[in-house]
Design a protein around this ligand. Sequence first.
Ligand code: ADP
Length: 204
Amino acid sequence: HYPLRRQRQMCIRDRYYAIISQNADKLGGLVRNVLGFSKVEAGRKWYHFQETDVTKLVREEIANFQGDKASTGINIDARIAGDIPVLDIDRAAFSLAFANLLENAVKYSPVHGVILVKVRAEAASVLVDVRDEGIGIAPEEKDKIFDKFYQGMNTARGSSKGIGLGLALVKEIMEAHGGKVLVESKPGRGSTFSLVFPIQPRRR
Ligand code: ADP
């Protein structure tokens, strides 16, 4: 056993490590979004569409995400239908959009909230839903949250508020795929964001 003073020092050091690592994650996310935007604004030529098993990509992203945020105590449940057709998508852009939704689900949820990810096919679309049990979004804010730099009235967990780029980027990416992003929410009860991909895309 270590003496008490040494134990305290170790404890403080661990706290600093945790803070540094959280900030590094935040900065990493910010850089990813800013770079994502410059790519998106440079136009469609930067997208690299490829036939993709989106269910595999979703599973990989969830595993990456859980690896990064192992300490936050968030559970992610995945319900992935078996009949999902391959989609013609830009894999990096998809991952960026999906990661933004997962990050928000964590940021705007209680510490032990459950996040449910669903992949399902419906009529001519494939939907990727990210549902949280967090603070939710007021009806009058539902459209605004997709504007660049818009930040909602609600408060994020801890000090993890971003700069309001994430959802604007998600919207851009979905439109470039000929799809859209939808949101349903009950204030105080949670939100569901859905990435809707047309199976036969007519891209802009
Ligand atoms: P940021 O999180 O950096 O503020 P975003 O563009 O990702 O920016 O989100 C814009 C706003 O939408 C947030 O400030 C927040 O108010 C609201 N929001 C986004 N995702 C959620 C969510 N899952 N639950 C509740 N509010 C959300």
